[in-house]
Design a protein around this ligand. Structure first.
Ligand SMILES: [Zn+2]
Length: 291
C-alpha cells in the first residue's frame, strides 16, 4: 500500500512534496483552499506549472496524490444561497484538481440539515451530477471520491447505502469513487477491529457499493467506540480500532497500489513541553504491521 498523510501547502503548493518527503510519505493529500473561507485565489498558471514539474520530479517516490475538497460546501443544504455557493465551489475545486494535473479529489457528501436523509441525498446527487457535466471538458479525468462519514449531526454518507444511492444517481461512471475513512466507517457502526470483522465489513461494502469503487483511504484510529457516530481521530493503534484492524488493511493485496493518508494529530507534547512530530511515528506503526 502507498502510505502518506495530509500535508500543509503553506508557502506554496510545491511545499506539499517537501513536507511529504520530510515525513517519509509515499503519497500525499492536501487542500488547495482554506476550509475557513469560501473565496480562494485562483491557482496561477505559473503555480500550476511549478506543481506539475515538482510532481514529475517526485513521480517515482510520491504518488498517487490526492486533493481534499473544502468542507464548507454542502450540496444537501435547503438554503438556496448556501447551495449555490457550494455548487460553484465544487465546480471550482474540480477544475483546480485538473489544473494541477491530479485526478483524485476527496469530498464529504454533505448534510441534510434536518430536511431528511432522502431529500438531502437527492439534492447532493443532483448537484454533483451537474458539476460533473459542467466540468466534462475542463476536468474529464478528475474522479470525485465520496468519503465515508461518521454520521455526526445530519451528515450523510455514514451508511454504505447512502454512497450507493449517490453513485447511482450521480451517474458519473468512472468519475465517481469512494474514499474509505477507517475512523468514520468504524464509528458509523461497521467493525474492522479483527480479520473476521474486517472481512465482513468489506463483504458488505462490496455487496452494497462494490469494492472497485474504493480509490483511496484515510487511515485514522478513533477516539470513540464502534457505532458512536463521533468523528475524532486518534493515532494509529492508540484508539478503539487498534493495530489488528489496520494490519488487515495494509496486508490486503486488493489495496497494494492504493493511497492511504493519515489525518491524525500532527504533534504530541510531553509533560516537559517537548513536541514530537507524529506523522513519521504513525507511518512507522503502519509499516511495521506489514507482514
Ligand atoms: Zn475528509
Amino acid at each position: 500500500m502507498r502510505l502518506g498523510a495530509q500535508v500543509s501547502v503553506s508557502g506554496g503548493l510545491t511545499n506539499a512534496f517537501v513536507n511529504a518527503q520530510e515525513i517519509g510519505a509515499d503519497t500525499l493529500m492536501f487542500y488547495t483552499k482554506s476550509n475557513r473561507r469560501w473565496q480562494a485565489k485562483p491557482i496561477s498558471e505559473k503555480d500550476a506549472q511549478a506543481f506539475k514539474e515538482t510532481a514529475a520530479e517526485y513521480a517515482a517516490t510520491i504518488y498517487p496524490n490526492v486533493v481534499h475538497a473544502n468542507y464548507l460546501m454542502n450540496l444537501g443544504s435547503p438554503e438556496e444561497d448556501k447551495w449555490e455557493k457550494s455548487y460553484h465551489s465544487l465546480v471550482d475545486e474540480i477544475n483546480r484538481v485538473a489544473q494541477v494535473g491530479l485526478k483524485l479529489m476527496v469530498m464529504h457528501p454533505g448534510s441534510h440539515m434536518k430536511t431528511g436523509e432522502e431529500t438531502g441525498l437527492a439534492k447532493i446527487a443532483q448537484g454533483i451530477r451537474r458539476a460533473l457535466a459542467e466540468t466534462a471538458d475542463s476536468a474529464p479525468e478528475v474522479v470525485i471520491c465520496l468519503e465515508t462519514m461518521a454520521g455526526q449531526g445530519t451528515n450523510l454518507g455514514y451508511k454504505f447505502e447512502h454512497l450507493a444511492y449517490l453513485i447511482e444517481h450521480i451517474e458519473g461512471g468512472p468519475r465517481v469513487g469512494v474514499c474509505f475513512d477507517t475512523c468514520h466507517v468504524f464509528t458509523a457502526g461497521y467493525d474492522i477491529r479483527t480479520q473476521e470483522a474486517y472481512d465482513a465489513t468489506m463483504a458488505e461494502f462490496d455487496r452494497v457499493i462494490g469494492l472497485d469503487h474504493i480509490k483511496c483511504f484515510h487511515f485514522n484510529d478513533s477516539k470513540y467506540d464502534l457505532g458512536t457516530r463521533r468523528d475524532r481521530h486518534e493515532h494509529i493503534g492508540k484508539g478503539f480500532i487498534g493495530s489488528e484492524g489496520f494490519a488487515c488493511f495494509v496486508n490486503d493485496p486488493r489495496w497494494a497500489d492504493h493511497p492511504a493518508h493519515l489525518e491524525t494529530p500532527k504533534t504530541e507534547e510531553d509533560d516537559e513541553g517537548n513536541k514530537t512530530e507524529m506523522d513519521p511515528v504513525n507511518l512507522a506503526t503502519l509499516r511495521e504491521l506489514i507482514k
